[in-house]
Ligand binder design. Structure first.
Ligand code: ADP
Ligand code: MG
Length: 328
């Protein structure tokens, strides 16, 4: 968009174009990036036989991350939440674009932001191929692009009654950090790092292709996201609350009731929730071993609709309508 280079506020350390130069200088290419940052659009080569999976997620200050979050953590998380979506599709990530809205063009901020963003990008060989830079309230929007073999993506709509329901890793940690923050308690560092630096479950997602019947990443809370999977598949689910995996840090910080609520409804987990037929149990375990990603069988897909959470005696558990005192 048209913006004069000389249009720069006194408190601005640098201008939009200098910022883009800084980003461009650090962005690494890949052979399939024919033209990256610097032209009007990027030129990218999709491999023969592959479909392109495309996702976009924005993070707004104070909504998707606490206002005090460090720039490097914001950079990491902005990419991680998008790579998590690709993981849930069983896609191999390749490229991303970055739209930055910044209140101030500060070199130190952008350098730290890129430290986090590019660290994760390089881990997964994702090339930053373009974006947009504007002035406004702090907001970061990323698109991520990945490849899937034609027709093989893990979708939300393939779950069948009788399938097992699985989840990776542990649930509730990020929400636990937010709950501690809300009541002004010291935030457990292990929980805080789950909030600030989620690890997209890309190796697991890729290795589930071929036998998982449906998948979704857990961003809004297990019950909400399992509900989305069920709705798209036209099925229901039963979840055994006692089976939900939790970290030692979360168990140490919360009582049993708060723990359940955080695990079932917390959000920001970026774990994978997926269904697979019971015959695929050994294959799921093998994928877990191969990728070093713990997985837990948490319930089953049933006919009907909605997600019911069951206690050990078979009665239904409903999350407490917990105010934050509940997490104190
Ligand atoms: P245009 O006016 O054509 O939109 P811009 O000046 O916005 O061009 O961007 C110039 C180049 O820099 C483009 O290749 C664009 O994709 C890239 N770019 C701009 N902002 C970012 C950013 N935040 N991250 C990565 N690339 C960016
Ligand atoms: Mg532009």
């Amino acid at each position: 968009m048209a913006r004069d280079r000389s249009e720069r506020r006194a408190d601005e350390v640098t201008g939009e174009f200098d910022l883009i130069d800084r980003i461009r200088a650090r962005a690494r290419g890949r052979p399939d990036v024919i033209l990256g940052i610097g032209d009007d659009a990027a030129l990218l080569q999709v491999p023969a036989g592959k479909q392109l999976a495309v996702t976009m997620d924005a993070l707004n200050a104070g909504v998707h991350f606490p206002a005090e979050t460090g720039a490097a953590d914001i950079g990491w998380k902005a990419l991680a939440v998008n790579l998590s979506d690709l993981a849930a599709m069983g896609a191999q990530p390749a490229w991303c674009t970055l739209s930055l809205s910044l209140p101030l063009a500060e070199e130190a901020w952008i350098d730290a932001f890129l430290d986090g963003f590019l660290e994760l990008a390089q881990r997964h060989e994702v090339a930053l191929v373009g974006g947009d830079t504007t002035r406004g309230p702090l907001s970061v929007c990323v698109t991520a692009h990945g490849f899937v073999d034609a027709g093989k993506a893990l979708r939300r709509d393939g779950a069948e009654p009788g399938d097992d329901l699985w989840v990776s890793g542990t649930l509730g940690d990020a929400a636990g950090a937010l709950a501690q923050r809300r009541v002004g308690r010291a935030i457990d560092p292990a929980l805080r790092s789950r909030l600030d630096r989620p690890f997209p479950r890309l190796p697991l997602g890729l290795s589930l292709v071929g036998f998982a019947s449906a998948a979704i990443d857990v961003s809004d809370g297990l019950l909400a996201d399992a509900g989305h999977l069920c709705a798209r598949s036209g099925v229901g689910a039963e979840i055994d609350v006692a089976a939900l995996p939790s970290s030692a840090a979360l168990r140490a910080a919360f009582d049993a009731d708060a723990l359940r609520t955080l695990q079932a409804t917390g959000g920001d987990d970026y774990e994978l929730c997926f269904s697979a037929p019971p015959q695929a149990r050994a294959a799921v375990e093998a994928a877990s071993d191969r990728t070093g990603t713990p997985v837990t069988r948490i319930g089953r897909i049933v006919e009907g609709d909605g997600v019911r959470v069951l206690l050990a005696d078979g009665s239904e558990w409903r999350p407490a309508n917990a105010g934050y005192e509940h997490f104190g």
